[in-house]
Structure formats: C-alpha cells, structure tokens
Design a protein around this ligand. Sequence first.
Ligand code: SF4
Length: 265
Amino acid sequence: MDLEKTILRRVGEAIARFRMIREGDRVAVGVSGGKDSLTLLEALLLLQKRAPIHFTVCAFTIEQGKFLRPIEPVGAYLRERGVDWTYVEDRPSVKLLTEQPDHGCDLCSRFRRRAVYEVARKLGANVIAFGHTADDFCESFLRNAMFTGRISALPASTWSSKREFRLIRPLVYVTEDLTRAFAHSLGAPVIPCGCSQKTGTVRRSLRDVLAELEKDHPFLKETLLAAMGKVETGRLLDTRFLDLDGCNEEAHSVTNPQEFVTLDR
Ligand code: SF4
C-alpha cells in the first residue's frame, strides 16, 4: 500500500465531502506532538500544493503542561520543513495542572479551547484543523451510545460558537495504524502526552475491545464510519424521526448492506 497516497485520498475525501477547506482559507493546524497531528499537517501541506483552490497552512502547539518530553524537537523538525509554527505556553492550563492535578477532560478541554481560539486569532486563521482520527470517531460513537445514551460521535466539520472559526477534522477516515506508520516514515519526532499513558479509562477499554474484534473483522472501523454516514432514522427510537402516521416512504426503506463500506481497503 502506498501510505502517502492512501492518506491523501482519505483526507481529500473528507475535505470534499464535508466542505472543510474553501478558497482563500487560512488553516491553523493544532500540533499536539503526536503522530496524528503531524500526519494531518503533512497531508494538508501536500494537498495545498495539489489542490485546485488556494489556501494557506500554519501550525501551532499549546503547552498545557502535559508533554512527557520537551516539545523543542517537534519545533526543530517543523522549522526545518519551513512550516510556519507557533508555540504557546498556556499559563492558566499549567496553573490548573499544578493546583488541580486530577482535573478531568472537561476542564482541560475548556482551557485548551480558549487558548486555541486565542492563538488562531493571532495567526489570522479562519479554519482550525484538529488531528482526531477514524479511531477517535469510532470510540466517541461507541462511548456516547454505551455511556451517555446518545447516537453521536464528533463533528467532522462545524463552527465555533460565534462562527468565528470553522473547526475541521480531516483525519476522520484515517485510522491510527496509518498515522503511526506515516509519522514514522517521515522521521517525525513524536512527543507523548501524559494522558496517553492512562489506563483503566473507558476510552482504553473501548480501544482494547475494538482491537480484539478487529482480529476477526479487520474492517470494523471502516464499517462503523460508514454506519455514521448512513443513519436509518426509521429504525431507531427517536420519535422526532419516526413515521408514526405511515406517510413517509423513506422511513420504511431497507438499506442495501453492500452500500455500507465505501472506503478503499
Ligand atoms: S486526555 Fe488529558 S489532555 Fe486530553 S482532554 Fe483529557 S485531560 Fe486534557
């Protein structure tokens, strides 16, 4: 498999399907120091050269005090490649970690969101790209269904609350086995985040369950992603979408199972 070609095709498919990037956009990529965001940045830089539209790409990293090693090698790597990279230490986040070391993801994400918007504003960006992968979408989908009682995952493309930024996740169709291999092939320095080492979390359990099932069903994530794009509302329990008076043909249609998986294998 040509790794670069596969990743670019999947990223290109996501960008086109969800109209993630448009003429004249300035895209700020959140680089966390991990394999996923480095893959995303590289993919967008490559697509920028080939795309029929003009857009610019810059990168930023927010330090929240969670990197397990100094981030500088990532900076050196990006500068060497001519990437416009900005590093910001978010003091409130670092303070939060010192004062409340056991704070949860909600608080951490809220602090990060504020810092991300601040830096994107300074960079003149109108689009912010995040490195969430197909694995993240699948885990989020299962976690929501099993632990919060909702059918939902992550938005592939959405807006910040005041529509100041378009928030995009172009790796929605890219699995982490691909980002791992791609980041390795680039020779990119990967800096782990302390949270990635956590055990005993729901996320970790779901990862393990998926990995176990994938031994017999290698295209499980592709199928889950296809399912997220093919909702049969008439076969769920949300009465807002049910045809209780029998007037809506579509609510009775049965989907051809072969339509479920559309991604290349
Ligand atoms: S996993 Fe860690 S870095 Fe991510 S939101 Fe939760 S606390 Fe923050």
